[in-house]
Design a protein around this ligand. Structure first.
Ligand code: IPM
Ligand code: MG
Length: 360
């Protein structure tokens, strides 16, 4: 199979982890007889340095013309970076929001499961971990607060900032359908998360999710308020299968869900729309404090590459091979520093990539 892949190394640890994911993909291509053509584009702070904007239209066009996009991470330290004393639409993260919108990637899938080998890294008590957990957060990605109108102005001499949270029923319906579809392939449980005791957008969310649920009688659906969900994640994570939620709630809950797996460095994500073109990225950020030290965990990006093979190219066998190689390396006791524990063998970013590629 011939596939055109856009690579976005981005900022911070992005270039290191994307390099390792490409190493694993190259091994897959060699072993299974595929041809992956890569085109690199700039996004985030590196694009600001080069072009003055976080993502150029030319770069978007390249991404649109490819079969899939693999991203490392974008952004620097908010607060002390030269990239942040500018309007919000010129900051590194705006590049990410722009590519999601331009590619119409409204559905963000973030799996969070606990590897048996990493139970020691899980911050929860053994009695809470129980038999472990395996959930997917289905986050709406192109609506809500992140894309609503915003402005800052002086009102009666007082600085006032406004963000707007808008959803229409079509936006809710299409993400709900994705959530139920994925639940059908899993344990058939959807927890729809909102703040319907306060927000109008959440009340519409609940109504539309209920309508969609009628088409999936086999799926058990529960509504849960977002504050309760944040608590349930650390009290009884095993109860969740698919968490279906809007953009900002999903942003926050997915960091929480990933952290209880032991390390945010393990979790992949896929952003999908109506077509096969998807964007795949680790759930974690650019970790500027450890950039360039060859200590970052590349596993989340490598697993994101596996999701790319599965969802954009339908290469399930190849995706399985990557996932099995990751599990094997963990079983053999190799760990990057973020998931290191006693008796294990610590390894660098590069070494981890080598080990996984070798076991593919
Ligand atoms: C994420 C990130 C982004 C988001 C930021 C960088 C804009 O936190 O992918 O979760 O909030 O979507
Ligand atoms: Mg986030």
């Amino acid at each position: 199979m011939d596939c055109k892949i856009t690579l976005i190394p981005g900022d911070g640890i992005g270039p290191e982890i994307v390099r390792e994911a490409k190493k694993v993909l190259d091994r897959i291509a060699e072993k299974y007889g595929h041809k992956f053509d890569y085109t690199k584009i700039l996004m985030g702070g590196c694009s600001i340095d080069e072009y003055g904007v976080p993502l150029t239209d030319e770069a978007v066009a390249i991404a649109k013309a490819s079969d899939a996009v693999l991203l490392g991470a974008v952004g620097g330290n908010v607060g002390n970076s030269k990239w942040y004393d500018v309007a919000p639409n010129l900051r590194p993260e705006a590049g990410l929001l722009k590519i999601r919108k331009e590619l119409e990637l409204f559905a963000n899938i973030r799996p969070a499961y606990l590897y048996k080998e990493l139970q020691d890294a899980c911050p929860l008590k053994p009695e809470i971990i129980g038999d472990g957990f395996d959930m997917v957060i289905m986050r709406e990605l192109t609506g809500g607060l992140y894309f609503g109108k915003r402005h800052t102005e002086e009102v009666d001499g007082v600085m006032t900032a406004t963000d707007t949270l808008t959803y229409n029923e079509d936006e809710i319906r299409r993400i709900a359908i994705k959530g139920f579809e994925i639940a059908m392939k899993r344990r058939k449980k959807v927890t729809s998360v909102d703040k319907a005791n306060v927000l109008d957008s959440s009340r519409l969310w609940r109504k539309v999710v209920k309508e969609v649920a009628a088409d999936y009688p086999e799926v058990e659906v529960t509504d849960m308020l977002v504050d309760n969900c944040a608590m349930q994640l650390v009290m009884n994570p095993g109860q969740f299968d698919v968490i279906l939620t809007e953009n900002m709630f999903g942003d926050i809950l997915s960091d929480e869900a990933s952290m209880i797996t032991g390390s945010i460095g393990m979790l992949s994500s896929a952003s999908l729309g109506k077509t096969k073109l998807g964007l795949y990225e680790p759930s974690h950020g650019s970790a500027p404090d450890i950039a360039g030290k060859d200590i970052a965990n590349p596993i989340a990006t490598i697993l994101s590459a596996a999701m790319m093979l599965r969802y954009s190219f339908d290469l399930d066998k190849e995706a399985d091979a990557i996932e099995a190689a990751v599990a094997q390396v963990l079983k053999e006791g190799y760990r990057t520093v973020d998931i290191m524990s006693e008796g294990m063998t610590q390894c660098s970013t590069t070494k981890m990539g080598d080990l996984i590629a070798e076991r593919v």
